[in-house]
Design a protein around this ligand. Sequence first.
Ligand code: ADP
Ligand code: SF4
Length: 693
Amino acid sequence: MSNAACDPRFKILFEPVQVGPRTARNRFYQVPHCNGLGHLHPTAMATMRGIKAEGGWAVVSTEQCEIHPSADSASLVELRLWDDRDLPTLELMAHKVKEHGSLAGIELVYSSYAVASLYSREIPLGPSHLPVQTPHQDPVQCRAMDKDDIADLRRWHRSAVRRAVKAGFDIVYVYSAHNLSVLFHFLSRRWNHRTDEYGGVLENRVRLLREIIDDTRDEIAGDAALAVRISVSELVGDRGLETHEAEDAIGMLAELPDLWDVTLSDWANDSQTSRFAPEAAEEPFVNRIKKLTTKPVVGVGRFTSPDTMVSQIRRGILDFIGAARPSIADPFLPKKIEEGRIDEIRECIGCNICVAHDEHSVPIRCTQNPTQGEEWRKGWHPEQAAPKQSDDKVLVVGAGPAGLEAALHLGQRGYDVILAEKSRELGGRVAREARLPGLATWGRVRDYRETLILRMHNVQTFLESGLDTREVIEFGFARVAIATGAHWRRDGVARYHQRAVPGLEERCLTPDDIIAGRRGGERYLVYDDDHYYMGGVIAELLAAEGLQVTYVTTSGLVSPWSVAALDQHRIQKAVMEACCSVHVSKGLIEVHDGSVVLECVFTGATTEIKCDSVVAVTARIPNDTLFVDLKARRSEWVEAGVKSVDLIGDAYAPGTIAAAVYSGHSYARNLGARIDGDAVPFKRELTKLEGHP
Ligand code: ADP
Ligand code: SF4
């Protein structure tokens, strides 16, 4: 770790900024983001936020915080401020942030069309009678608000503001952004069909937002700053809110808040994956906001490059560098810039694994940062490593994401580590997959680890060093971690078929083959029974080479798991545009020379398709032979000095890159610890029973 001082070019990022009655100590601003912890795992949530404050973010905000049970987000896990009983959770979060000298922000929300209130069973209220827009397409409609309902909403918001200030928050949000807030729904003519003074012309659609800003200002009474978060486009042209309208709205309200937080709507446009949007992609939509107001402006753009950040400030686009994902991937990003440790930044790769798990209502996780969500329950701090427990030497076999992360964290703990890699490069699947269309940014998983490992004296890396069982035993390392990855199957077994597809194995190409450059003929059929990104990118790759590609999936959608990662619709568009034809809900049942037979997964009706090659994107098989052989020779371990052999990452069970990194990290954290295999391996916060001692 170098101790260089802040590069003078980046000093501008560390200027304080006034936000109403508060001063942010620098320009790094963690904007509100969901995390699947929320009200269900409050201490975990508060600890995660506190670590970001420790890492230098001058403002650390909550996720969306519901103000009333009639718009409850279940089954999503968010925060609640329904009554005083919710205060302790919010107080804890504010405290954890403020104890590091940061400002705590809270995003109050009434979600209307974005929720189905499945927990409370109340009817969500909205500007108009419209079905809710929830991930499960729940059969629930919002009730159009009358004047009494509007008065109720204003009162609920006031109460929540009062409680937020009581809980100690420095910045209180009025939320009119994304497709997630009633105020945004009033603002956009797409969602607001009213004919009274709250609908129609923009002045009317802004009315409720203005009233709630006035109420909030009144309620905070100088004890906190008031932020307005607003979306400046829905990217649907004149069917929804357009940027010129949003700018007019901001112009009408210009000086009323203490800060403007500007975004795109919906969330999928605001948190685009790196496959579809580069860093700073929102600039064309937000670059005129600062001309409309004297108040500071924060915006996002998956900012990880300090040069880009400085450019945003110097060119007058933003005053604060807003971040959700970059702060998840590296809670210490500001500190690393301040201390001249730029190459130690764990850059977000834009994969949206974080978002996907929030959408699954489970604790947040991150591909790059294996400690995310584990700060409290496992006591994992993103920048701290427990000293080694012994002088045991460790051999890590395989330098994919699991092996790299294990070697890195073991090195940080002070262990002497040898990292042996069979191929000519570090990175394993990440190095290979980063060459596929749109996935180059994923190479950061390797880059970050490689940079740090190569400068560690206690971690030695050997390329072109494929090891066999005899060598591992002869080397006699006390600890051996096997991170030898996995390979794609050739027999068609995955989700649809649990038995081999006749004729496939002998004629099959796999993603491994395609990445290695193997081709066969002009007409390809990509058979996707994996349902994540690989089928789509293989189809895109082959089509980009001018080959004829037919894409077939057993699912009703292309890449359905990506719905939770917010880019399924973009993937489906890309695949439909790249391929000659797309067949959904079809299983592959026979493969012949020059043709295949598909069956409809519902009716069983068959279709024959001509093709030269079938690429099966199905399931993977762990490369665990080395581990199995070593275990079979356990009797030789003691004499050789081997104390333990563990299987990690895809070699244990093929999964996401995030899972492989986590597995490697977990191995390194736990090495030398006494683990009770029968105990729950983390702390839990249990619901307190009401009315029972
Ligand atoms: P993971 O996602 O679990 O990290 P990867 O497939 O990305 O798995 O990486 C596994 C790495 O292990 C690959 O780079 C591969 O070349 C390497 N490898 C596989 N078998 C051996 C071996 N016997 N000795 C050394 N390296 C190996
Ligand atoms: Fe970035 Fe992926 Fe981590 Fe989310 S999970 S913060 S997108 S690296």
